[in-house]
Design a protein around this ligand. Structure first.
Ligand code: SF4
Ligand SMILES: [Zn+2]
Length: 377
C-alpha cells in the first residue's frame, strides 16, 4: 500500500537522479521553444574574418544547423552544453538538405568565402545524428567549391573507417574536437565529456593518418573549479595540446540556459571567468605557443556580460577588444596600458584560491548590488 508520508514517496515510480540532471530538455519552456522552430531552415548563417590553414586572411561562413543532436547529449551530456535547444529527434534528411540549400542561398553560394564551418550540435559524421547521404553531399560539394571545411566531432566518433571516408570526400578538412581539458579527472567529473584523453590521442593519430587537420577546443573554467585553478590548469593544458594540434581555440565559459552550469550560476555557486584571467593566461602561454606552428585563439563569447567572461563592468569592453586583437595579431603589445581598479580584486581572488582550502573558489560569484542579486532568477 502506498504511504502517505512525503518521505516515503506517494506510490509513484521513483525519479532517477539521471532524469533530474537531464530534466532541462523536458521543461515546458524547452519543449515549446524546440517545437516552435522550422526544421527546414538552419539556426543561423553568418560570415566572419578568419585565417586559412596557411595563415592567409579570408572570410569564413558559419552554418549552424538544426539536427537530431548529439548522441552523447541524449544519453547524458556535457555539463555546460546548451545545444539541446537547437535539436529535435524528428529532423529528417529532407530537412537537412533543405537547410543546406537555405545556407547557400543566404550566402550567395558562399560568394567571397574561402572557408565554411558546418556545425551540427554534435558530430558531423555520426550517422545516428546526420544522414550519411547528406554528409556525403556537403563534404563533396564544399570540396568542389574550393572551400576549406571545418566540422566538429567527439573524439570517440573518430574511427579509422569513418575518417578515411571523410578524407576521400574532402581531403585536408579540419576536424574540431571539444577536448575541453587535458586532464582525465576534469573530463570525467567537471565536464562529463564522455571520452578520455586516451581516446582523444587516438583520434588525433587517426586524423593525422588521414592528413586531416586537428583543431582542439579547451574550456576555460569548467564548473566545480576555482578561478585560480582554472588559470593554472588551462596554462598547462594549452602548452600540452598546442604541441599536437594545428589550432587551439580556448573558449571561456559562457552560461547557456538549462545546463548544469546554469543551475550552479543561478544558485550563486559559479562565476564565469574574469577577463583578467584570460589576459594572464595569454601572457603566460605566449612563449610556449610561439615555439609551435599551432595557432591559438581566445574568443570570449558574451564577453563583458554577466553570463560570459567579465570584469567589473567598466573595463570589460577594452579588455575584450584587446583579447580579440591578440587573436588576430599574436602580439602581446595589445595588452599594454590596460588596467582597472578591479584588477586588484581579481588578483586577491587568484591568490586566495591558491592559498585557502576552498576547492570551489573564494571569489564573489556575481557582481552588481545585493538587491539586484536577490531579484535575479
Ligand atoms: S559532446 Fe558536444 S554537442 Fe555533445 S553534449 Fe558535449 S558539448 Fe554538447
Ligand atoms: Zn574593471
Amino acid at each position: 500500500m502506498a504511504s502517505s508520508c512525503g518521505l516515503m514517496g506517494d506510490g509513484d515510480k521513483p525519479v532517477k537522479i539521471h532524469h533530474l540532471v537531464k530534466a532541462p530538455e523536458n521543461t515546458p519552456e524547452s519543449i515549446a521553444s524546440r517545437e516552435s522552430w522550422d526544421a527546414s531552415k538552419p539556426v543561423t548563417v553568418y560570415k566572419t574574418p578568419e585565417n586559412l590553414p596557411d595563415g592567409t586572411p579570408c572570410t569564413a561562413a558559419t552554418v549552424i544547423l538544426r539536427t537530431k543532436g548529439c548522441v552523447w547529449w541524449w544519453k547524458s551530456g556535457c555539463t555546460f552544453c546548451g545545444y539541446f535547444n537547437d535539436v529535435r529527434d524528428d529532423v529528417t534528411a529532407e530537412d537537412m538538405f533543405s537547410q543546406w540549400e537555405v545556407a547557400k542561398r543566404e550566402t550567395n553560394e558562399f560568394r567571397d568565402c574561402k572557408m565554411v564551418k558546418v556545425y551540427t550540435s554534435g558530430t558531423f559524421f555520426e550517422d545516428r545524428e546526420n544522414p550519411p547521404e547528406w554528409q556525403d553531399h556537403v563534404l563533396r560539394e564544399t570540396y568542389e567549391m574550393g572551400l576549406h571545411l571545418v566540422v566538429e566531432a567527439q573524439a570517440q566518433m573518430c574511427t579509422p573507417e569513418k575518417l578515411e571516408w571523410v578524407a576521400e570526400r574532402h581531403p585536408g578538412c579540419t576536424v574540431a574536437i571539444g577536448l575541453e581539458a587535458y586532464d582525465n579527472t576534469v573530463l570525467r567529473f567537471h565536464a562529463n565529456k564522455g571520452f578520455s584523453l586516451k581516446q582523444w590521442h587516438k583520434a588525433v593519430d587517426i586524423l593525422r593518418d588521414n592528413s586531416l587537420r586537428v583543431k582542439t577546443y579547451l574550456l576555460f573554467k569548467p564548473p566545480f573549479m576555482s578561478e585560480g585553478d582554472a588559470l593554472e590548469h588551462t596554462i598547462s593544458w594549452v602548452s600540452e595540446v598546442s604541441k599536437i594540434s594545428d589550432e587551439v581555440s580556448i573558449n571561456p565559459m559562457n552560461i547557456q540556459r538549462g545546463t548544469i552550469v546554469d543551475r550552479l550560476f543561478r544558485n550563486r555557486e559559479y562565476r564565469p571567468p574574469w577577463l583578467w584571467s584570460l589576459v594572464e593566461m595569454i601572457i603566460r602561454t605566449h612563449d610556449d605557443v610561439s615555439k609551435t606552428d599551432c595557432r591559438v585563439i581566445v574568443h570570449p563569447t558574451a564577453g563583458g556580460k554577466a553570463r560570459g567572461s567579465h570584469n567589473c563592468g567598466s573595463c570589460d569592453s577594452d579588455v575584450v577588444a584587446a583579447i580579440e586583437r591578440y587573436s588576430v595579431s599574436g602580439n602581446l603589445g595589445e595588452f599594454n596600458g590596460l588596467d582597472c581598479e578591479c584588477k586588484k580584486v581579481w588578483l586577491s581572488e587568484i591568490q586566495s584560491d591558491s592559498a585557502l582550502p576552498t576547492p570551489m573558489g573564494s571569489g564573489i560569484h556575481r557582481r552588481g548590488n545585493a538587491l539586484d542579486r536577490l531579484r535575479a532568477p
